[in-house]
Design a protein around this ligand. Structure first.
Ligand code: HEC
Length: 166
């Protein structure tokens, strides 16, 4: 009996180790947003367009782009061509434990994407918006807020806030 319990405990521990080594959710596992936007494969390897930070909610952001996006930013091409995808990663900023005057990324409250498809998303400036929280898409009500804010503030830059930081 004792031996049996030991075996079960060891097996459970091993499973736990294996399980925690798996990524939380891969892009393909995450359901599409109500807009049809999905988490693009490999987005974490994209290039940086610019960082930003928001003071009122203590967030650090990094805006990334796929190759089509990077080329458009570097050549000042507007409007962005179809196939452009922009990613906005965000983290709560926390003081570095090793050097408290520096802020470092804490938890990631959401990831967001804008996908250019001028026909499919004609009613929202040619952009499909997607927000994902803890591996799940936000609801339609949340998605209804995206375009109005981008439209109200950056209509003259193809509804994109971020400028390329050389
Ligand atoms: C109240 C205004 C507002 C709303 C609502 C909003 N955004 Fe934005 N968004 C911004 C601002 C400001 C930026 C500039 C970068 C930053 O905030 O760090 C931005 C940047 C982005 C970017 C990077 C490209 C760019 O335009 O700079 C993406 C992707 C994005 N938002 C997606 C979304 C999605 C998806 C939603 C809806 C779920 C949404 N946004 C709703 C204000 C808004």
């Amino acid at each position: 009996m004792r031996r049996y319990i030991t075996t079960v405990v060891v097996l459970l521990a091993a499973t736990g180790v294996l399980y925690s080594a798996l990524p939380v959710a891969t892009a393909a596992d995450i359901a599409a947003a109500p807009t049809g936007v999905t988490v693009p494969k490999g987005y974490r390897d994209w290039q940086v367009i610019a960082p930003s930070q928001r003071d009122d909610n203590d967030e650090i952001r990094v805006i990334l782009g796929n190759n089509i996006a990077m080329k458009a930013f570097r050549t000042n091409t507007l409007p962005f061509p179809d196939g452009t995808i922009l990613a906005k990663l965000a983290w709560k900023r926390v003081a570095s434990p090793e050097f408290p005057k520096t802020f470092v990324p804490g938890v990631a409250p959401r990831i967001e994407f804008m996908v250019k498809n001028s026909r499919k998303y004609a009613s929202t400036g040619g952009w499909g918006f997607g927000r994902f929280i803890d591996g799940k898409p936000a609801d339609a009500q949340v998605h209804a807020t995206c375009f109005p804010c981008h439209q109200a503030n950056v209509k003259g830059h193809d509804f994109v806030f971020t400028r390329y930081a050389p």
